[in-house]
Ligand binder design. Sequence first.
Ligand SMILES: C[S@@+](CC[C@H](N)C(=O)[O-])C[C@H]1O[C@@H](n2cnc3c(N)ncnc32)[C@H](O)[C@@H]1O
Length: 512
Amino acid sequence: MRIGLRLLPLAALLLFLIFNTVEQSEVDAVGKGSKRRRIALNDLGTGLAKTITPGFQTSAELEKYLDTLDESTTRRVIEGEFEHLIYYILQSRYFTSFKPIEPALSSKELFDSLDPVDRDRLLSDGAPLDPARIPIPVSVRQRVASFKAAVDRSSPLPKGQFVRTDGDNERWRYFSTLVRTTRDTSAPRIEIEYLRTMRFLYRKEFLSRQFDPAGQADYISGLYRTRAHSTDTQIEAGFGVDTALALIGQIEEQSGRKRRFSRVLIVGPGQDLAPRTGLLDQLAPQSFQPFTLLDSLRRLGLADPRGLNVHCVDVNQRVIDHIDALRGQTGQTGTGRGIRLDLVSGLTERYGWSFSTDFKEYFLKLGVSLGTVKDPPGTNGAVSSPPQLDRNLFQDGHLVRQVEVPADVMTHLSAERLNIITERYDPSPQFDLVVVTNVFPYFEIGRELPLSIANLAAMTVAGGWLVHNELSIIGNQVFNEVGLPVRQVRTLMIASGESRPLYDGVVIHQRQ
Ligand SMILES: C[S@@+](CC[C@H](N)C(=O)[O-])C[C@H]1O[C@@H](n2cnc3c(N)ncnc32)[C@H](O)[C@@H]1O
């Protein structure tokens, strides 16, 4: 039976979106009839049981914990969708001619305008977010009014504003549907979500500055462990993974055998729906990681010529639907239409950053092993090399490149909703490579992180690899307990800035 989505209240709609997969699906993509299932007490083993704090004494205790975690994940995913909505309303040029607002600057304008009592109230987690009490900046109210008028055509238009609801704009369709199909988004819901989002941004971008660099990193890590689940993704994440894969290739070669990967897992590929800053309206929302990973594996000669499957899991059903839709478009047999990938750096040189030579080299290789690179006219294409990187590859300071990806590439990709903390595939799919970037920071340290690492270990083949970019957790005892010790650690410079360079880390573990 088809459920009339229009009638569903917010929570029901999103629960439907999140849990509409069957409880235990057949996952051919991960082979041997592996099924997704919730973890049980006997999955924890004695070593791990000691590492988890506080530990679990009985199955009932673990079940209760997992239920609570599922609830908080659902809440964080919903809050994340509304956080993206706020970034969209503030930055999009699609539905209004009011000037875009930089979200972090909006948080500063908001907090600077408050008296000390309201400021403390808004910063306190316990107090309700009350738009009737907290004055929202006029520029924000104008954009919110334009957005509401565009969604609900019967509302009066703010003076002098245009509303564009026509056309085939995927981002607009998603957000207007989100608001139309959730009952409580009409009046104060958007304003409440604006206050929630601004509170997070103000803490992250401004309050964090009161600490020294180490204290600042700790403070921001604390915010991430409970914040809304963002699906933000940037091609920059692929740089560290590419570097890690080159190293893995070398290690494998030195050991006398070069492993070729046939079964690869990406945890949390994400989708760039409406980023915290630098929204590029003209590009459709994309998920880069499955493509950049395939590209790297092929270029580095690590893809098994007999067959390679990159399987993606994510707690956000929108991300899974996006990958499934691409597969639908290209056809199950890979004979349908190919897809166009718009590779754009998240970082822009407009704000004083200068990309490192290594990152530019990586960018110039991107997509070459995936399909046909279509650089903007006048560029030298894939053959140009730093330092002669053509300025035409830059748009608004972003590095930009288009790749026509043939339909058959999509036959190598699959996706399913799975929470890596509470679930795993069983029997083990024996993944020979697992990639997890910008996901671990969202996990609490005592239980969520160890459980996720144990699930990854259980699904990885002996000798297989885990690659992530979270330097702060390399000392965590759980990696040794579950047989995933660290093999290599690197830091990479993505860009240099006026005051400091921008680094990413890469950590490589090997399953014993
Ligand atoms: C910030 S995005 C990172 C995207 C991409 N990996 C990158 O580095 O650009 C984090 C992604 O992880 C997903 N995620 C968060 N917690 C998860 C969990 N417990 N299990 C699976 N996916 C999760 C989110 O829904 C989101 O899509």
